[in-house]
Design a protein around this ligand. Sequence first.
Ligand code: ATP
Ligand code: MG
Length: 254
Amino acid sequence: MALIPKNHPRAKSLLIRERLVDGFENGVVAKEGLLAHGRGEAFDYLLGEKTTKAAKKAIKAAASALILAKNPIISVNGNIAALCPKEIVQLAKTLDAKIEVNLFYENRERKKNIVKILKKNGAKNVLGLKPKFYKRIPGLDSARRIVDKNGIYAADVVLVPLEDGDRAISLKKLGKKVITFDLNPLSRTAQTAHITIIDNVIRGMGELILACKKLSGKNDATLRKIVRHYSNKRNLSANILEIKRNLTRRATHG
Ligand code: ATP
Ligand code: MG
């Protein structure tokens, strides 16, 4: 790992980059994943590198939908496995949700490395490695249409952090409730998902676990009401306006 001085003004962000670079060197993160992170970072900068009020609202709605789910699942790719493996396992345990490794850039070796990381962090069972359970999502070409028939294919609510737009659209067409993390409120994924948490997974995953713990004692009617009153369109607008306010402040006060 490269040495990053603690007092460096961008130390936190550089340390996160190091985690991804390590993930790349250990065969967990794809080259393209490094670029995707860069795109995310740019939006994080514009959002002020904090969890916005709107993101907190989305987290509350996401937690409610995940608790209400009959068969929730967390879809894991290289970036999320490198950034928050512990949190994924914790969240799955809190919700009694399944975990499936599903890659945009299919690669069996990389899948195995991701499963290894998750198991090292306490996951008991990780789906996505057994070809005999493979099922295709209609309307998508390439390897990323393949899902596990007992995993994503059977799930009613899918948490897909850092997803690509095509797949988010296909999962929605399959009738899944799609929840995502995406720092870019303008991406197709952000615009497609039922609930988009505009936040860095580094901050937001912990918040989501807390919200799930806090809301797990609530009755179904209360949780349904939270989901019903949530509008993703309104939430994305609020995040875009937050970016606009930040830019206006910087433009006028430097
Ligand atoms: P889309 O396909 O949805 O239109 P895209 O092609 O612009 O999006 P992808 O590379 O497909 O982008 O997906 C990566 C997404 O993940 C980006 O929108 C980026 O903002 C987001 N992202 C990257 N790193 C993080 C992170 N640490 N936390 C949250 N979101 C992130
Ligand atoms: Mg994309």
